[in-house]
Write a protein that binds this ligand. Sequence first.
Ligand code: 1GP
Length: 250
Amino acid sequence: NLLLNTLYSRKETGRKSFAVLLDPDKIEQESFKDLLIRSVENRVDFFFVGGSLITNFILREVIETIRTYTNIPTILFPGNSLHIEPSADAILLLSLISGRNPEFLIGQHVIAAPLLKKSGLEILPTGYMLVDSGVQTTVSYISNTTPLPYDKPGVAACTAMAGEMLGLKLIYMDAGSGARRPVSPEMIAAVRSCVDTPIVVGGGINSVERAQAALQAGADVIVVGNGIEKNPELLPEIAAVVQEVNRQLA
Ligand code: 1GP
């Protein structure tokens, strides 16, 4: 339970983490090494690798390249049971609790269970909450689920509480990759006040201000994908925001 323990002890002390999302479909060999080296320099805490739909089956190669250049823990962020790669460190075992599609609440998990058991991957049981971002995201389409309404923090809080009571160890609030607007600080705060699990927030965090707002509202881990793909300078900027919050704790 190495990573889960790390996430819980950081949550206890208020220490924040920065995760960079690597989508295997968007990785370009040339810039990838550079991104990895910059991630080490800027003390990125985790890589999340995956997406709801992957068309390039290169997970193993991606993880191999990550290992060549970094020791940063690599966590699979799967869209379905095809996205399991034993050479990663851990997997977010996502139950899509914002939706009502049994396939993504338990179905894929049953299919994956024997493989996961054999894989040696650390399992991170995660209540995954997709939040409306103003556009239909790939994950909403692929999962055939309706996201949580953007301006209903109370519904999000009840959903997160139910997830925690069911035994899920992390809550991941996601506006979806490339979201126009990220999860609102009000919703993050409402969830924060109702559960004791670490909270992961992602989707549309493409500026320093948005990163700060999510952290201030109670996110323990912020996930950034698209923002860095579009503007590599964002990586050191967001890393600095996270480090500044952590410095103030010390
Ligand atoms: C999406 O939370 C991730 O699942 C990250 O989203 O690509 O918009 O940063 P972005």
